[in-house]
Design a protein around this ligand. Structure first.
Ligand SMILES: *[C@@H]1O[C@H](CO)[C@@H](O)[C@H](O)[C@H]1NC(C)=O
Ligand SMILES: *[C@@H]1O[C@H](CO)[C@@H](O)[C@H](O)[C@H]1NC(C)=O
Length: 293
């Protein structure tokens, strides 16, 4: 056994196969990290050259939602508006203005043209998170005409933890534009990405229990195979260490007898009396009938 292991190890060392595997693993890890980073790269965080590691970690949480598209239609006095939100992606396929959240006014008549207004752009993304929510905001939207000091529009999307869905319930909450600045459009949605990381539900006790059950299974199956194919046992003999376990069973029974019985055995026998003997004979008779010969 030892010799085989040693030779294998020598082989790996000599041929350099071990090192090669390690290098490939490193390549794979780096590659997948690059892919993951690329997934959210389209969202450019505000805050200048110096990037916050936490902001980027929060953004990375949104990776499963990347390029997912959500729509909500809202009826207002001035018309019907559709808000389209794409997570770190552009709304329009031919879009070149980084529009991440777009308002589309439905034409009231056939002569009127569809009117798009960019609420927020993905190249001006901001993220904040708490224990069970992520607030994603897109800034740098089209400027207000005369509200809010003609500042650029801004979209805020509040993503709340919901374990049961990857992304659902996209809703427009309100448009705040009665102030002279710092106006915003507020949206909300549910997603499991906003949930706190789940801790393992397995306690030490249950892990030990699982290990114990697995060990018993390995013992039973391994012992069975050994008894059957190596020793050549048949029937009950195939169980591993059958004599030991039978002996053990007897010991346990004795122990139980000793500890659990409240009445001495002798009184038990007298108590059973005649009826028991009859009962004992009956099944024997029945058995005889069942015998094939
Ligand atoms: C974001 O993109 C828009 C449209 O392409 C551009 O006008 C704006 O300057 C960009 N913002 C930043 C901060 O680069
Ligand atoms: C926000 O997200 C980061 C990155 O995933 C995480 O480390 C941090 O604990 C989160 N903040 C809260 C308050 O949960």
């Amino acid at each position: 056994m030892t010799r085989v292991v040693t030779r294998k190890y020598m082989y790996q060392r000599n041929s350099g196969a071990g090192m090669g595997t390690v290098r490939w693993c490193v390549y794979l890890v780096v590659l997948s990290a690059m892919v993951a980073a690329d997934l959210v790269n389209d969202c450019v965080l505000v805050g200048g050259e110096q990037k916050s590691a936490i902001d980027q970690a929060v953004l990375a949480k949104l990776a499963p939602l990347k390029n997912k598209r959500f729509e909500i239609e809202i009826q207002e006095d001035t018309g019907t508006y559709t808000y389209t939100f794409v997570v770190c992606g552009k709304v329009l396929t031919n879009g070149s203005t980084n529009e991440g959240l777009l308002q589309t006014k439905k034409p009231a008549s056939t002569t009127e043209k569809e009117n798009n207004i960019v609420i927020g752009r993905i190249n001006e993304t901001h993220v904040i998170n708490g224990t069970d929510w992520i607030l994603l905001s897109y800034r740098g939207g089209d400027k207000y005409d005369n509200h809010c000091g003609s500042e650029p529009r801004k979209a805020m999307i509040m993503i709340s933890c919901n374990k049961n869905t990857l992304a659902d319930g996209f809703m427009a909450i309100k448009e705040e534009r009665s102030k002279s600045n710092e106006c915003f459009y507020l949206f909300e949605m549910d997603s499991s990405v906003a949930c706190p990381p789940e801790e393992s539900h397995l306690s030490v006790g249950s892990i030990l229990l699982i290990v114990f059950v697995v060990l018993i299974a390995v013992y039973l199956i391994g012992g069975f195979l050994y008894q059957r194919f190596v020793v050549g046992a048949k029937g009950m003999e195939q169980f591993p260490n059958i004599t030991f376990w039978q002996e053990f069973g007897n010991l346990v029974a004795d122990g139980c007898d000793f500890t659990c019985r409240s009445r001495p055995r002798s009184t038990d026998t007298t108590y059973r009396g005649v009826g028991d003997d009859q009962l004992g004979e009956e099944p024997e008779e029945r058995d005889d009938h069942l015998l094939p010969m």
